[in-house]
Design a protein around this ligand. Structure first.
Ligand SMILES: [Fe+2]
Length: 285
């Protein structure tokens, strides 16, 4: 049967994708009978120079579509971002609706909008983007377009977006909670509910939730994320406590302890297929 595979947050530049990684990804997708690959954002920080050649390579094997995450937007004009937003991709009995999404600070109401904005401008990647509207205006505009677009789709719909559509998927650790402001908005969930959407795939917060059903909507979130966050990296350091004498749980520090070891490099190669497989949301079409 024809399969749609959705993945997010490949970050092929930061994760150092070379021929081995790309070829392993292609073989893993083929092993799952993927006919159509959709990427739900954060392919790389440089869309033209890095993402497009990669997407062309993938397109030699699969039908390929994508929506953007915040990282993809770094080099792009607003008109280029808009041109890729709200794509309707019909299949025989289902429709894929792909849009980027955005955030309106509502996942961190403890701070005023101004304080959230100031925090973003100091610490968050998106301070490097200029989208022309305020974050709240952008989110509202996106939500209105989502509402109108879903009203036009009769088929069983699978939605792909980058940002986080429900507070269930926000961060709970005290250190990270202020960053929830920039994750997404539940305004999207409310619209999915209104239109009886069955499946939504998203990424952005690099934590894998698998499938979670909320108010009749099946959410799928299995972002690949950064190599320091991968299961194989965490497992490797767990299996070799002698390499982590301080027992740190800081993921950057843990990765730095092992990244240059040839034994780890081999382990990574051996387990890459499993890591990719765990980052795929697969749908029968
Ligand atoms: Fe990401």
């Amino acid at each position: 049967m024809t399969k749609l595979t959705v993945m997010s947050d490949l970050h092929i530049d930061l994760n150092g994708f070379g021929d081995f990684e790309t070829e392993t990804l292609i073989q893993t997708l083929k092993s799952q009978d993927t006919a159509h690959l959709h990427l739900a954002g954060d392919i790389s920080n440089h869309h033209q120079e890095i993402s497009l050649p990669f997407l062309e390579k993938m397109a030699e094997h699969f039908k390929v579509t994508y929506n953007f995450g915040n990282h993809d937007m770094l080099d792009l004009k607003e008109s280029e971002i808009k041109a890729q937003d709200f794509q309707i991709i019909p299949f025989e009995n289902k429709t894929l609706l792909a849009f980027h999404g955005w955030y309106d600070y509502s996942f961190y109401p403890e701070k005023s909008d101004l304080d959230n904005l100031n925090f973003k401008n100091r610490f968050w990647f998106d301070r490097r983007l200029n989208r022309g509207l305020s974050d709240k205006e952008l989110t509202l505009q996106t939500a209105q377009q989502l509402d109108k677009t879903l009203a036009r789709i009769d088929n069983d719909v699978i939605v792909s977006m980058h940002f986080v559509p429900h507070s269930h998927f926000t961060m709970t650790h005290e250190t990270f909670r202020p960053f929830n402001a920039f994750l997404g908005s539940q305004i999207f969930h409310d619209i999915f509910q209104k239109h009886g959407v069955n499946d939504v795939v998203f990424g952005h917060a690099h934590r894998s939730f698998g499938q979670v059903d909320l108010n009749g909507i099946r959410y799928h979130s299995r972002p690949l994320g950064y190599v320091r966050e991968w299961d194989l990296t965490i497992d490797y350091v767990q299996k070799h406590p002698e390499l982590n004498p301080t027992g740190t749980w800081n993921l950057s520090k843990r990765y730095n302890l092992v990244k240059k070891l040839s034994h780890f490099q081999n382990y990574k190669k051996e387990n890459l297929e499993r890591e990719f497989l765990n980052s795929m949301s697969i749908f029968d079409l």
